[in-house]
Write a protein that binds this ligand. Structure first.
Ligand SMILES: NC(=O)c1ccc[n+]([C@@H]2O[C@H](COP(=O)([O-])OP(=O)(O)OC[C@H]3O[C@@H](n4cnc5c(N)ncnc54)[C@H](OP(=O)(O)O)[C@@H]3O)[C@@H](O)[C@H]2O)c1
Length: 342
């Protein structure tokens, strides 16, 4: 089954995920979709200093939006911010330093942000990693999972109250078509035991992001949720973690701007929220989340188990609030998981 899934996926990728795939798909794009001003709307982009995230942040800034760049490296973030301001002429571009692999810091950041800013219209969960050997964060959680899944979960859950009170709120998660080869593995979120393979762990995390997006869409009707695949894109992540793939693909890889196109469309177009919330996008179109006959669907029981485990890990890492208030993010996120089980 694994061979079938990988082969089917690779052949699909060679046709659709490349630069040629983008060129073919973009023939049906409607240019006017992005002719919208976003002055007064605010956007958070994680991993905005590089690749797809930086292109996305720049496209938003060009449309007048306020951009919150969430990055782990101050120097890289400042250089990217200067480029974005120069290209867009928009100075409403702010830097926030956060290492998303550090679970407790994600809580602290989200809570501080909510106190500081009155609105957040769009959250773009773009930062992601594929660490090829097992590493742990400071509280002992496997790092790919801590960054790609738990970090996204805590950031999104805790910013929900702010998103809910903002106009036309959207959450976009940059997943990957690589998730198509994985079935949700709720029993082993941190890939314990056995041989550790970075690409497999990464693809599993990306499947988890898609499952989360579907779950949020069912339980949070006020916010529009989407996950997406950017295609195979020539970015620092690809050259550092998959140098052989990059060499093999060469010019067939998409540019960062092409990879960012669907993120930008989901964030800025008027039409995106009229698509069903919880969908998975590729080149501005909702596409299936499973390959034909790949047996990657997950049972409701596995999804419920996954959500309970995530919430438990999230709460274990949560800094103790001085005085928890009714309706605080802890209370609302607990209620959300319980609601799902009922
Ligand atoms: N490129 C592709 O072909 C492809 C395909 C499918 C999906 N994706 C997804 O696209 C997204 C963007 O990746 P990219 O290809 O544009 O690569 P990239 O240029 O290397 O960007 C990744 C960004 O994530 C940030 N990041 C990683 N770990 C972080 C952490 N612990 N805390 C905060 N920020 C962190 C990186 O920060 P630093 O600069 O400090 O490292 C960087 O800003 C990722 O989610 C990736 O999985 C990419």
């Amino acid at each position: 089954m694994s061979l079938y899934r990988n082969l089917t996926w690779f052949l699909k990728g060679m046709k659709e995920y490349t630069r040629d795939g983008y060129d073919a798909a973009s023939k049906s794009f409607i240019v006017e979709d992005l002719s919208v001003s976003h002055v007064g709307r605010s956007f958070m982009v994680t991993g905005a200093n590089s690749g797809i995230g930086k292109e996305t942040a720049a496209a938003i800034a060009k449309k007048g939006g306020t951009v919150h760049m969430v990055c782990r490296n101050k120097d890289k973030a400042e250089m990217a911010r200067a480029d974005i301001i120069r290209e867009s002429g928009n100075t409403e571009v702010h830097i926030h330093i956060l290492d998303l692999s550090e679970t407790t810091q994600v809580w602290e950041f989200a809570e501080t942000f909510q106190r500081q800013y009155p609105t957040l219209n769009v959250l773009i969960n773009n930062a992601g990693c594929m660490i090829n050997k097992r590493e742990k964060n400071s509280i002992g959680l496997e790092k790919n999972f801590a960054t790609n899944t738990l970090g996204v979960y805590i950031l999104t859950q805790s910013l929900m109250p702010l998103l809910q009170k903002s106009r036309d709120p959207r959450v976009i998660t940059v997943s990957s078509g690589g998730m198509l080869v994985q079935q949700l593995r709720a029993h082993n979120l941190q890939s314990k035991g056995g041989f550790y393979r970075g690409p497999k762990v990464y693809a599993q995390n990306k499947r988890q992001q898609v499952v989360l997006t579907e779950h949020w869409a069912k339980t949070q009707p006020v916010i529009h949720f989407s996950a997406m695949h950017p295609g195979w894109v020539d970015t620092p992540a690809v050259s550092s973690t998959m140098p052989q793939f990059r060499q093999m693909m060469g010019e067939r890889l998409r540019s960062a701007a092409q990879g960012a196109d669907t993120v930008v469309w989901l964030a800025l177009s008027r039409g995106a929220p009229s698509t069903p919330s919880g969908s998975f996008f590729q080149d501005r179109k909702a596409v299936p989340t499973h390959l034909p006959m790949a047996w990657t669907n997950s049972s409701a029981k596995d999804v419920a188990k996954f959500l309970v485990k995530l919430e438990t890990l999230a709460q274990e890492a949560r800094p103790q609030p001085a005085d928890p208030q009714p309706g605080s993010p802890t209370e609302s996120s607990q209620a959300l998981v319980i609601q799902h089980h009922i």
